[in-house]
Design a protein around this ligand. Structure first.
Ligand code: NAP
Length: 248
Protein backbone atom coordinates (compact mmCIF):
# COMPACT_ATOMS: atom_id res chain seq x y z
CA UNK A 1 0.00 0.00 0.00
CA UNK A 2 1.27 3.47 -0.88
CA UNK A 3 1.86 5.75 2.11
CA UNK A 4 -0.80 8.35 1.25
CA UNK A 5 -3.38 6.01 -0.28
CA UNK A 6 -6.94 7.09 0.58
CA UNK A 7 -5.68 10.44 1.89
CA UNK A 8 -6.56 13.88 0.59
CA UNK A 9 -3.98 16.65 0.74
CA UNK A 10 -4.64 20.38 0.45
CA UNK A 11 -1.56 22.34 -0.64
CA UNK A 12 -1.61 26.13 -0.87
CA UNK A 13 0.49 27.74 -3.59
CA UNK A 14 0.83 24.48 -5.47
CA UNK A 15 1.23 25.96 -8.93
CA UNK A 16 4.98 26.53 -8.84
CA UNK A 17 8.23 25.95 -6.99
CA UNK A 18 8.22 24.10 -3.68
CA UNK A 19 4.41 23.82 -3.62
CA UNK A 20 4.36 22.05 -6.97
CA UNK A 21 7.09 19.65 -5.80
CA UNK A 22 5.03 18.92 -2.66
CA UNK A 23 1.90 18.21 -4.75
CA UNK A 24 3.90 15.74 -6.85
CA UNK A 25 5.57 14.05 -3.87
CA UNK A 26 2.19 13.52 -2.16
CA UNK A 27 0.62 12.32 -5.42
CA UNK A 28 3.48 9.83 -5.88
CA UNK A 29 2.50 8.42 -2.49
CA UNK A 30 -1.10 7.96 -3.67
CA UNK A 31 -2.76 11.07 -2.21
CA UNK A 32 -5.57 12.93 -3.96
CA UNK A 33 -4.35 16.50 -4.26
CA UNK A 34 -6.23 19.78 -4.00
CA UNK A 35 -4.04 22.79 -4.52
CA UNK A 36 -4.60 26.50 -4.85
CA UNK A 37 -2.86 29.22 -6.78
CA UNK A 38 -3.11 33.00 -6.82
CA UNK A 39 -2.69 34.34 -10.35
CA UNK A 40 -0.64 32.05 -12.56
CA UNK A 41 -3.26 29.84 -14.21
CA UNK A 42 -0.86 28.39 -16.78
CA UNK A 43 1.49 27.14 -14.06
CA UNK A 44 -1.48 25.72 -12.14
CA UNK A 45 -2.59 23.77 -15.22
CA UNK A 46 0.92 22.40 -15.63
CA UNK A 47 0.97 21.18 -12.01
CA UNK A 48 -2.49 19.62 -12.41
CA UNK A 49 -1.37 17.74 -15.53
CA UNK A 50 1.81 16.53 -13.79
CA UNK A 51 -0.20 15.23 -10.80
CA UNK A 52 -2.62 13.44 -13.11
CA UNK A 53 0.27 11.91 -15.01
CA UNK A 54 1.24 10.20 -11.74
CA UNK A 55 -2.22 8.59 -11.67
CA UNK A 56 -3.50 10.74 -8.80
CA UNK A 57 -6.73 12.75 -8.60
CA UNK A 58 -6.29 16.52 -8.59
CA UNK A 59 -8.34 19.67 -8.13
CA UNK A 60 -6.85 23.11 -8.79
CA UNK A 61 -8.67 26.09 -7.26
CA UNK A 62 -7.84 29.75 -7.62
CA UNK A 63 -7.73 31.19 -4.11
CA UNK A 64 -6.01 34.06 -2.36
CA UNK A 65 -5.16 32.52 1.02
CA UNK A 66 -5.27 35.94 2.67
CA UNK A 67 -9.02 36.14 2.02
CA UNK A 68 -11.18 34.22 4.50
CA UNK A 69 -14.12 33.81 2.12
CA UNK A 70 -11.89 32.40 -0.61
CA UNK A 71 -10.26 30.01 1.87
CA UNK A 72 -13.68 28.77 3.00
CA UNK A 73 -14.64 28.24 -0.66
CA UNK A 74 -11.37 26.33 -1.22
CA UNK A 75 -12.05 23.98 1.69
CA UNK A 76 -15.64 23.53 0.52
CA UNK A 77 -14.43 22.62 -2.98
CA UNK A 78 -11.95 20.12 -1.53
CA UNK A 79 -14.67 18.47 0.55
CA UNK A 80 -17.09 18.38 -2.38
CA UNK A 81 -14.38 16.82 -4.54
CA UNK A 82 -12.89 14.27 -2.16
CA UNK A 83 -14.99 14.17 1.04
CA UNK A 84 -12.16 14.76 3.53
CA UNK A 85 -8.90 16.61 4.14
CA UNK A 86 -6.17 14.64 5.89
CA UNK A 87 -3.16 16.80 5.11
CA UNK A 88 -2.82 20.59 4.93
CA UNK A 89 0.40 22.11 3.63
CA UNK A 90 0.57 25.89 4.09
CA UNK A 91 3.09 26.70 1.40
CA UNK A 92 1.77 29.84 -0.35
CA UNK A 93 4.13 32.72 0.21
CA UNK A 94 5.51 35.94 -1.22
CA UNK A 95 8.39 38.34 -0.67
CA UNK A 96 8.42 42.15 -0.91
CA UNK A 97 12.02 42.84 0.08
CA UNK A 98 13.45 46.19 1.09
CA UNK A 99 15.44 47.73 3.91
CA UNK A 100 13.16 48.74 6.78
CA UNK A 101 13.62 52.45 6.16
CA UNK A 102 12.39 52.03 2.58
CA UNK A 103 9.78 49.36 3.24
CA UNK A 104 6.23 50.58 2.69
CA UNK A 105 3.44 49.73 5.07
CA UNK A 106 1.65 48.11 2.11
CA UNK A 107 4.57 45.75 1.51
CA UNK A 108 4.71 44.84 5.19
CA UNK A 109 0.96 44.14 5.26
CA UNK A 110 0.96 42.14 2.00
CA UNK A 111 3.64 39.73 3.19
CA UNK A 112 2.08 39.22 6.61
CA UNK A 113 -1.34 38.70 4.97
CA UNK A 114 -0.20 36.07 2.46
CA UNK A 115 2.40 34.23 4.55
CA UNK A 116 1.03 34.40 8.09
CA UNK A 117 -2.67 35.23 7.99
CA UNK A 118 -3.07 32.86 5.03
CA UNK A 119 -1.73 29.95 7.07
CA UNK A 120 -3.92 30.98 10.03
CA UNK A 121 -7.07 31.04 7.88
CA UNK A 122 -6.33 27.66 6.30
CA UNK A 123 -5.56 26.01 9.65
CA UNK A 124 -8.75 27.48 11.11
CA UNK A 125 -10.77 26.21 8.14
CA UNK A 126 -9.52 22.60 8.40
CA UNK A 127 -8.87 22.05 12.10
CA UNK A 128 -12.51 21.33 12.99
CA UNK A 129 -12.63 18.62 10.30
CA UNK A 130 -9.37 17.13 11.48
CA UNK A 131 -10.55 17.10 15.09
CA UNK A 132 -13.72 15.26 14.04
CA UNK A 133 -11.68 12.77 12.04
CA UNK A 134 -9.25 12.43 14.94
CA UNK A 135 -6.60 12.56 12.27
CA UNK A 136 -4.68 15.30 10.56
CA UNK A 137 -1.27 16.43 9.41
CA UNK A 138 -0.53 20.14 9.10
CA UNK A 139 2.81 21.20 7.62
CA UNK A 140 3.69 24.89 7.46
CA UNK A 141 6.44 26.42 5.35
CA UNK A 142 8.71 28.56 7.47
CA UNK A 143 12.15 29.72 6.41
CA UNK A 144 15.70 29.93 7.65
CA UNK A 145 15.03 33.70 7.55
CA UNK A 146 12.38 33.29 10.27
CA UNK A 147 15.00 31.65 12.48
CA UNK A 148 18.02 33.87 11.78
CA UNK A 149 16.67 37.11 10.27
CA UNK A 150 17.92 38.67 7.05
CA UNK A 151 18.67 42.27 6.11
CA UNK A 152 16.02 43.52 3.68
CA UNK A 153 13.40 41.04 4.85
CA UNK A 154 11.89 42.45 8.05
CA UNK A 155 8.38 41.69 6.77
CA UNK A 156 9.20 38.21 5.48
CA UNK A 157 11.23 37.27 8.60
CA UNK A 158 8.35 38.42 10.82
CA UNK A 159 5.89 36.29 8.86
CA UNK A 160 8.11 33.21 9.02
CA UNK A 161 8.99 33.64 12.70
CA UNK A 162 5.23 33.95 13.22
CA UNK A 163 4.78 30.62 11.45
CA UNK A 164 7.03 28.98 14.05
CA UNK A 165 5.04 30.38 16.98
CA UNK A 166 1.73 29.50 15.34
CA UNK A 167 2.92 25.96 14.54
CA UNK A 168 3.98 25.26 18.11
CA UNK A 169 0.83 26.80 19.61
CA UNK A 170 -1.58 24.86 17.39
CA UNK A 171 0.47 21.69 17.90
CA UNK A 172 -0.27 22.01 21.62
CA UNK A 173 -3.97 22.64 20.97
CA UNK A 174 -4.45 19.60 18.72
CA UNK A 175 -1.90 17.05 19.96
CA UNK A 176 -4.32 14.93 21.98
CA UNK A 177 -6.62 14.40 18.97
CA UNK A 178 -4.30 12.73 16.48
CA UNK A 179 -3.49 15.96 14.65
CA UNK A 180 0.15 16.98 14.29
CA UNK A 181 1.38 20.45 13.32
CA UNK A 182 4.96 20.90 12.17
CA UNK A 183 7.00 23.27 10.03
CA UNK A 184 9.69 22.91 7.41
CA UNK A 185 12.22 25.73 7.26
CA UNK A 186 13.91 25.78 3.85
CA UNK A 187 17.16 27.61 3.26
CA UNK A 188 17.99 28.89 -0.21
CA UNK A 189 15.98 26.87 -2.75
CA UNK A 190 16.00 27.18 -6.57
CA UNK A 191 12.52 28.56 -7.37
CA UNK A 192 10.94 31.64 -8.92
CA UNK A 193 11.20 33.34 -5.52
CA UNK A 194 15.00 33.17 -5.50
CA UNK A 195 15.53 33.44 -9.29
CA UNK A 196 14.83 37.19 -9.09
CA UNK A 197 17.63 37.87 -6.60
CA UNK A 198 20.72 39.69 -7.88
CA UNK A 199 23.93 37.67 -8.37
CA UNK A 200 25.52 39.41 -5.38
CA UNK A 201 22.73 38.20 -3.07
CA UNK A 202 23.00 34.64 -4.43
CA UNK A 203 26.78 34.65 -3.93
CA UNK A 204 26.37 35.94 -0.36
CA UNK A 205 23.77 33.27 0.40
CA UNK A 206 25.95 30.54 -1.08
CA UNK A 207 28.79 31.63 1.18
CA UNK A 208 26.63 30.93 4.23
CA UNK A 209 25.58 27.41 3.18
CA UNK A 210 27.93 24.74 4.56
CA UNK A 211 26.93 22.37 1.73
CA UNK A 212 27.95 25.07 -0.73
CA UNK A 213 24.94 24.64 -3.01
CA UNK A 214 21.33 25.75 -3.29
CA UNK A 215 18.58 23.26 -2.51
CA UNK A 216 16.06 21.76 -4.93
CA UNK A 217 12.29 22.05 -4.37
CA UNK A 218 12.11 18.24 -4.31
CA UNK A 219 14.44 18.16 -1.29
CA UNK A 220 12.00 20.34 0.66
CA UNK A 221 9.04 18.33 -0.63
CA UNK A 222 10.45 15.06 0.70
CA UNK A 223 10.80 16.56 4.20
CA UNK A 224 7.26 17.97 4.06
CA UNK A 225 5.92 14.59 2.90
CA UNK A 226 7.67 12.85 5.78
CA UNK A 227 6.01 15.19 8.30
CA UNK A 228 2.69 14.59 6.52
CA UNK A 229 3.05 10.82 6.73
CA UNK A 230 2.13 8.27 9.38
CA UNK A 231 5.85 7.69 9.93
CA UNK A 232 5.88 11.08 11.69
CA UNK A 233 2.92 10.27 13.97
CA UNK A 234 4.87 11.04 17.17
CA UNK A 235 6.40 14.30 15.93
CA UNK A 236 4.59 17.57 16.57
CA UNK A 237 5.47 21.23 17.09
CA UNK A 238 8.82 20.81 15.36
CA UNK A 239 10.66 22.94 12.83
CA UNK A 240 12.73 20.88 10.41
CA UNK A 241 15.39 22.92 8.62
CA UNK A 242 16.10 21.83 5.04
CA UNK A 243 18.91 24.21 4.31
CA UNK A 244 22.23 22.50 3.66
CA UNK A 245 23.29 23.39 7.20
CA UNK A 246 22.62 27.14 6.89
CA UNK A 247 20.78 27.65 10.20
CA UNK A 248 23.05 25.53 12.42
P1 NAP B 1 7.28 30.62 -5.59
O1 NAP B 1 8.03 29.80 -6.57
O2 NAP B 1 7.29 32.10 -5.72
O3 NAP B 1 5.74 30.09 -5.58
C1 NAP B 1 4.83 30.67 -4.70
C2 NAP B 1 3.51 29.95 -4.77
O4 NAP B 1 2.60 30.55 -3.86
C3 NAP B 1 2.86 30.03 -6.15
O5 NAP B 1 2.18 28.83 -6.38
C4 NAP B 1 1.89 31.19 -5.98
O6 NAP B 1 0.77 31.13 -6.88
C5 NAP B 1 1.44 30.97 -4.56
N1 NAP B 1 0.90 32.14 -3.90
C6 NAP B 1 1.51 33.33 -3.65
N2 NAP B 1 0.68 34.16 -2.99
C7 NAP B 1 -0.48 33.49 -2.81
C8 NAP B 1 -1.72 33.80 -2.22
N3 NAP B 1 -1.95 35.00 -1.65
N4 NAP B 1 -2.69 32.87 -2.23
C9 NAP B 1 -2.50 31.66 -2.79
N5 NAP B 1 -1.34 31.30 -3.37
C10 NAP B 1 -0.35 32.21 -3.39
O7 NAP B 1 7.75 30.34 -4.09
P2 NAP B 1 8.62 29.12 -3.49
O8 NAP B 1 10.04 29.52 -3.52
O9 NAP B 1 8.18 27.84 -4.06
O10 NAP B 1 8.16 29.22 -1.96
C11 NAP B 1 7.17 28.38 -1.40
C12 NAP B 1 7.15 28.56 0.11
O11 NAP B 1 8.45 28.24 0.64
C13 NAP B 1 6.88 30.01 0.54
O12 NAP B 1 6.12 29.99 1.75
C14 NAP B 1 8.26 30.56 0.80
O13 NAP B 1 8.25 31.62 1.71
C15 NAP B 1 8.94 29.32 1.38
N6 NAP B 1 10.40 29.38 1.26
C16 NAP B 1 11.04 29.45 0.06
C17 NAP B 1 12.43 29.50 0.01
C18 NAP B 1 13.21 29.57 -1.27
O14 NAP B 1 14.44 29.70 -1.20
N7 NAP B 1 12.60 29.47 -2.43
C19 NAP B 1 13.15 29.51 1.21
C20 NAP B 1 12.47 29.45 2.41
C21 NAP B 1 11.11 29.38 2.44
P3 NAP B 1 0.86 31.71 -8.39
O15 NAP B 1 1.67 30.72 -9.19
O16 NAP B 1 -0.54 31.77 -8.85
O17 NAP B 1 1.52 33.03 -8.29
Amino acid sequence: MMRFEGKTALVTGGSRGIGRAICLELAKGGASVVFCWAGNGAAAQETARAVEALGAKVLAVRCDVADAEQVDALVKAALEGFGRIDILVNNAGITRDNLLMRMSEADFDAVIAANLKGAFLCMKAVSRLMLKQRYGRIVNLGSVVGLRGNAGQVNYAASKAGIVGMTKSLAKELASRGVTVNAVAPGFIETGMTAVLPDSARAAALGSIPMNRLGAPEEVARAAAFLASDEAAYITGQVLAVDGGMAM
